[in-house]
Design a protein around this ligand. Sequence first.
Ligand code: FEO
Length: 161
Amino acid sequence: MLEKKIEAALNKQVNAELWSSYLYLSMSYDMDNKGFEGIASWFASQTKEEFEHATRIMKYIGERGGKVLLMPVAEVKQEWTSPKEAFEETLKHEKVVTQSIHNLMDMASDIRDYATKSMLKWFVDEQVEEEATATKILEKLTRIESSPAGLYALDHELGKR
Ligand code: FEO
């Protein structure tokens, strides 16, 4: 059985993953409205990934005899001034998620919950990838900041995801 403290913290992480999904969905629609179809499609894929992250934790809570609590998902921003601003916020948000996963890992270590640690290991690795991807795209966006042709090409590239 899951300890109540870790069960509550995992449910909070489920909510954070669902919020992430909601955030990227909002970015996807905003980018589409601004004519960046490829970037919109990239964020649409990201939305699905975040939903899968939430699902992964919910499945685990169930397997350990816990109860999934679906709490309200807070409102997200609706507009960004540019793709660069959206990716700046993406990277900032992913860093917060990484910290949250690390805090969960600390909690699981403290109570010697090895199964939860094992489940969380996947998320630790995933966060490395998520931050690296957002950083790479942000670097590209910074490099092509004043080049419409560059932005067009990057939009096309990200649409292939
Ligand atoms: Fe589920 Fe982007 O962290």
